[in-house]
Design a protein around this ligand. Structure first.
Ligand code: TLP
Length: 349
């Protein structure tokens, strides 16, 4: 329950903890556009260490982290390979093309996971008429596929292809710590399969603002300049970076609880007549439910649920998305499932 609502729209709605608010109040700051902000620097170094990379860069959002990384890896006119339903393709306002000048080559995956041979087949041969493949982008966990997880081996297979063709790999790891929790490996094992990664502090980790890009020192220096170009240099950014540090130190270990609740929610929703849940894809904190069996669009179902104090996202015309997070309890899941059963029954009458 958050502010009296059963709110499953996203883990982005999580609010900062008391410890985060205290850390924000006490944060040591400096001008990050001049000599640097000590707390931002600490967050960048801590993130790099946690993800096993040389350096980090604090940015305001996952969208900015991905765009800055794309700009730092590529030149306009090149092509990027990504999964058909990648967040960067659907929901980042086309920045990859509008700002980055890249052609997008979408490869269909299975539950969001691209097979290495399919990625290899999508790489452009050297020919006068073709754009060059400049970047391969992975997403772990994969949002549109339902929070599905790439195994380290699946990522390694794509990285081997990329290395063979000397193409850098970027990870949209907005929820990398959810992937790590699901796989039972440290996040650095996942990041080791890519040249750069972005992860979000403001989703399941509950920080109010921010994402971090990690990668090789030289790459991060280029990224720092691209961030400046996009107007993303924060002056006394330590005020928010302080909450990010608390998020990384205190919130990572609890993500498995969100996964258990998502499982329970998925199982309950899967038996509601008119709803369809593919439990195979319920691997982390996301549950997708097809509502075609109710005879109305997902947006209508979301509207009816909201009237009953249950908030969900109509992610596609026929699909609702539910996310579990720190403000969702086992009791909330039971209540939401009961309300959904009632609303669905009303529609089927
Ligand atoms: N995802 C949000 C938005 O789609 C609104 C959500 O609610 O799931 N990569 C992935 C995989 C993401 O899921 C998101 C955000 C982003 C990047 C962008 O992060 P932000 O919202 O910080 O720009």
């Amino acid at each position: 329950m958050l502010n009296g609502k059963l709110d499953f729209r996203s883990d982005t709605i999580t609010e900062p903890t008391e410890e985060m608010r205290e850390a924000m109040k006490r944060a040591k700051v400096g001008d990050d556009g001049r000599e640097g902000d000590p707390t931002v620097r600490e967050l960048e170094e801590y993130s790099a260490q946690l993800l096993g990379k040389e350096a980090g860069l604090f940015v305001v959002s996952g969208t900015m982290g991905n765009l800055v990384s794309i700009l730092a890896h590529t030149r306009p006119g090149q092509e990027a390979i990504l999964e058909r339903d990648a967040h960067i393709f659907w929901t980042e306002v086309g920045g990859i093309s509008a700002v980055g000048g890249l052609v997008v080559n979408r490869v269909a995956g299975t539950d969001g996971v691209m097979a290495a041979p399919d990625v290899e087949a999508a790489i452009r041969p050297t020919r006068m008429h073709f754009p060059e493949t400049g970047l391969i982008i992975l997403e772990n966990t994969h949002n549109m596929a339902g929070g599905t997880v790439w195994s380290v081996g699946q990522m390694a297979a794509v990285k081997a292809v990329a290395d063979r063709h000397r193409i850098p790999v970027h990870l949209d790891g907005a929820r990398i710590f959810n992937a790590a929790a699901a796989l039972g490996v440290p996040a650095k094992e996942i990041a080791a399969q890519t040249d750069s990664a972005t992860f979000c502090l403001s989703k399941g980790l509950s920080a109010p603002v921010g994402s971090v890009i990690v990668g090789a020192r030289q790459f991060i220096e280029v990224a720092r300049k691209k961030r400046q170009m996009l107007g993303g240099t924060l002056r006394q950014g330590g005020v928010i970076a302080a909450a990010g540090l608390v998020a990384l130190r205190t919130m990572v270990d609890r993500l498995a609880d969100d996964h258990a609740l998502a499982r329970s929610l998925g199982e309950r929703l899967s038996v509601v007549p008119g709803l369809e849940v593919n439990l195979r894809t319920v691997q982390t904190n996301i549950v997708r439910t097809k509502v075609s069996g109710l005879g109305v669009p997902a947006a209508k179902v979301a509207e009816l649920l909201a009237k009953e104090n249950v908030y969900v996202l109509a992610q596609q015309a026929d699909t609702l998305r539910w996310l579990t997070h720190r403000h969702v309890t086992a009791d909330d899941v039971a209540q939401a499932a009961a309300i959904t059963t009632k609303v669905a029954a009303g529609l089927r009458r």
